[in-house]
Design a protein around this ligand. Structure first.
Ligand SMILES: Cc1ncc(COP(=O)(O)O)c(C=O)c1O
Length: 487
């Protein structure tokens, strides 16, 4: 399924997503010759997290903190009020959150995982179990540190099927929720966590209908719901495209409908709000007081929580901008365009197109490799050789917490080609597509990668990798042959 692209029709030209912004500030980019790309990749230990930005042409690693800011956001940053307590900027944020999220009390944090630390430290206790549609790395770390554990509710058959028509792969399975409640008991389950546009299965949304069912079940047992709203604007955008009831609803109405179904909402403003920081919102004064204690200990005073007041102003403005469909559609519509074009060429992409990035199914792309060959990491390295494009390994090589033996298999072998909001142009998108198509035609040249050393934690961020054989050299030679002098 591909979402409808922009409302503007074209006369003779091929229909493409149309931007509703123009460029006012630019950053110089460099595309190194393929021999230098190979050298830079080797220096970085074949791991995209270890690459230097100066060696990267298109940085499509992540949409976290890499989004473009608007003129209004930059303007708002200039009148930030730096008061330690009672800052006017915090009041502005509070008002924006009350208006958009619809919760009374606001707790700031310096980024998403800090918000999670605040929430889990204050509200999860030893032995608690948090059922959730699907895990996110930082979330389960914080739950674990608080002495709790998690169970997943996603329907794995649907969610892990990369080639699919299911519009809401992020839905929670209510039968699994009932089983978790029966198994662990209500007293051990203070919250159910729902994550908007489930990140690690390819930015796949849940439906409002599903969230309503989760709410009904939660109410039956007196359990609260926490919403990870980091990718909420895009989840709501896809709901307006894919869920009949919301076809004529505004983004703001849809976002509010979703937030009203949750008791506590938190998000990383590195994605939601086009800035940097983290925010928690609740109607419970008791929850707020508990979280304030954690904020004051770990983050900063309760009116800034580790953020600069400039960022606080930028988030407040950014939240309103995220409710503007013409801004928010840019990233998902570019992703949809990219996925459609790549799929038509035969590249195995995750469908339907999700948010935050286009995702390649690397297990299918490299069906001559096994998960032990780290296929997603290998495709990332190969895409950098092909076009200086930095992408993210969302596969076995990127698992943050491997079991004691080194071969824990990831649920999916994904390569994420992130589309940070309002950042890349259509010609850059087409360039990326072009290089991906070339790589697809030469996919059997992609070989295995292996760990060069194996730290047990967060190995994706740190571990150098090494190619098995000389396939990177061969691929670079093939590039020269096919592209001549071209970079
Ligand atoms: C769903 C979700 N929750 C939490 C986080 C953590 O946010 P941050 O990177 O700002 O710490 C992220 C970051 O990508 C995320 O996608």
């Amino acid at each position: 399924m591909h979402i409808i692209m922009s409302k503007v029709k074209f006369y003779k030209e091929k229909e493409v997503p149309l931007e509703f912004h123009r460029v006012k500030i630019v950053q110089k980019l460099t595309l190194l010759p393929v021999e230098e790309r190979l050298h830079a990749l080797r220096e970085a230990g074949f791991n995209s997290y270890r690459m230097q930005q100066k060696d990267v042409y298109l940085d499509m690693l992540t949409d976290s903190g890499t989004n473009a800011m608007s003129d209004r956001q930059l303007g708002a940053m200039m009148w930030a009020d730096d008061a330690y307590a009672g800052s006017t900027s915090f009041l502005t944020l509070e008002k924006a959150v009350q208006d958009i999220i619809g919760k009374k009390y606001v707790v700031p944090a310096h980024q998403g995982r800090a918000a999670e630390h605040t929430v889990m430290t204050a509200l999860v206790k030893e032995g608690d179990v948090i059922p959730m549609n699907y895990h996110f790395g930082t979330t389960i770390t914080q739950i674990g540190l608080a002495g709790g554990r998690f169970v997943e509710l996603i329907n794995k058959e649907t969610a892990f099927k990369s080639d699919s028509e299911n519009p809401f792969k992020g839905n929670a399975d209510i039968n699994l929720l009932e089983s978790a409640i029966a198994e662990y008991g209500v007293s051990r389950i203070p919250y159910i966590r729902m994550e908007a546009s489930t990140n690690l299965i390819g930015g796949q949304p849940f439906s409002v209908a599903n969230l309503r069912e989760v709410r009904r079940t939660a109410d039956k047992y007196g359990i609260r719901i926490m919403l990870d709203a980091t990718l909420l604007a895009e989840n709501a955008y896809l709901v307006t495209r894919r869920e009949e009831e919301f076809r004529n609803k505004s983004l703001k109405e849809t976002v509010r409908t979703i937030c009203d179904l949750a008791d506590l909402v938190y998000f990383s403003a590195r994605k939601f709000g086009f800035a940097k920081g983290g925010v928690i919102a609740t109607d419970s004064l008791e929850e707020k007081y508990k979280m304030d204690q954690v904020t004051a200990t770990y983050e900063g005073f309760i009116n800034y929580g580790g953020m600069s007041t400039k960022e606080i102003e930028a988030i407040a403005t950014g939240l309103y901008e995220a409710m503007d469909e013409e801004y928010t559609c840019q990233s998902p519509d570019f992703i949809s365009y990219f996925v459609k074009e790549a799929s038509e060429y035969g590249v195995p992409m995750v469908t339907p197109a999700g948010v935050l990035g286009a995702q390649i199914d690397a297990a299918k792309f490299c069906d001559h490799l096994t998960f032990r060959d780290l296929p997603a990491a290998a495709v990332c390295a190969a895409l950098y050789i092909a076009g200086g494009i930095r992408t993210m390994d969302g596969g076995t090589g990127g698992e943050a917490f491997p079991d004691s033996e080194s071969d824990r298999k990831a649920d999916m072998e994904l390569v994420r080609i992130a589309f940070p909001r309002r950042v890349f142009t259509l010609s850059q998108t087409i360039f990326c597509l072009d290089r991906l198509k070339w790589l697809f035609d030469h996919r059997h040249m992609i070989g295995a990668l292996a760990f060069d050393d194996l730290p047990m934690l967060q190995r994706s961020f740190r571990s150098p990798l090494k190619p098995v054989g000389d396939w990177p050299e061969k691929l670079a030679e093939q590039f020269r042959k096919d592209f001549g002098e071209s970079r």
